[in-house]
Design a protein around this ligand. Structure first.
Ligand code: SAM
Length: 283
């Protein structure tokens, strides 16, 4: 008999994955963590019934949230990942030899332990990289209390339901702005505009008072169904988002990383927003 996992993210629309095996399930103190083997997407990690990562297409999401800001900035030395307990974002950030330090602030230590054991190809050794520091804490409390500053903050969070909700608030964005070096960039997963367009409007309004440059770019990640996924962008200078494709290409050629989705041309093209997405950017 064929088994299916049905995601419960939306009330009015569901996606299902055929599963060959349920590999592991842990009812952690904060979240229900499960791992499935699937014929179509490889291993699929879910938290409270919502898909977080599949080994089939995670490269698209992780490459676009790491390499776009890093090449746009040009000299990222310090990075902070908020969420990201699977380790995929760390893996991509640490491909850059310019990065001297990467702090992972994850609220649920059980996710890190689970992924280290059952999903090792996603982190690919990043948890043990000497440049990595793992902090088990709520991202909103960490950002409110720390006096550290970063060139890059990647908010690799769950959707704005459950513990991830605070990572979409204005007070969190204000603290992120305070924790950026000059020229620093904040990026985040900002939902699928066709289904979660209000997330773009909310992010725009909550960030605008605290950053010089606020924008969005797009990536097509099959797992996050409903069309393009929006990735949020905020910086204390407009220069990095405006960097030309020639500049990005020169930086990429000088310090290349192996990718399967990201290229300098994809980088520039990702900032072209169709009108139905642009319409959500409104005061
Ligand atoms: N790529 C994924 C997605 O968009 O579906 C996100 C993956 S990553 C596993 C999300 C992580 O954010 C989870 O491990 C979760 O525990 C963590 N998280 C949620 N709320 C958080 C918070 N307030 N502070 C820090 N980490 C948080």
């Amino acid at each position: 008999m064929t088994s299916w996992f049905q995601e419960t993210l939306y009330d009015h629309w569901r996606q299902s994955f055929q599963i060959s095996a349920e590999l592991c399930r842990l009812r952690g103190p904060m979240q229900d963590i499960a791992l499935f083997e699937t014929p179509g997407f490889g291993r699929v990690l879910t938290l409270d019934g919502v898909i977080q990562v599949t080994t089939g297409d995670e490269f698209i999401y992780h490459e676009m949230l790491a390499h776009v800001p890093i090449y746009a900035h040009g000299a990222v030395r310090s990075a902070c990942v908020v969420g990201g307990g699977d380790g995929g974002m760390l893996r991509e950030i640490l491909k850059h030899t310019s990065v001297e330090q990467a702090v992972l602030v994850e609220i649920d230590g059980a996710v890190v332990d689970f992924c280290r054991e059952h999903l090792p190809t996603v982190s690919a050794g990043a948890f043990d990289d000497p440049r990595t520091e793992i902090v088990i804490a709520d991202g909103i409390a960490f950002m409110a209390e720390t006096d550290r500053k970063f060139d890059l903050i990647v908010i690799d969070s769950t959707d704005p339901i459950g513990p991830g909700g605070v990572l979409f608030t204005e007070s969190f964005y204000k603290d992120c702005a305070r924790c950026l070096n000059f020229g620093g960039i904040v990026v985040n997963q900002n939902g699928v505009p066709f289904l979660q367009g209000a997330e773009i409007t909310d992010t725009w309004r909550r960030r605008k008072p605290h950053f010089t440059d606020v924008g969005f770019y797009l990536a097509a990640v099959p797992t996050y169904v409903g069309g393009f996924m929006a990735l949020g962008w905020a910086s204390n200078t407009p220069d990095s988002r405006a960097a030309s494709v020639e500049t990005i290409r020169a930086r990429f050629n000088a310090a290349p990383v192996t990718t399967r989705y990201y290229t300098p041309d994809v980088h520039k093209a990702a900032f072209a927003l169709p009108p139905y997405v642009q319409d959500f950017i409104t005061d």
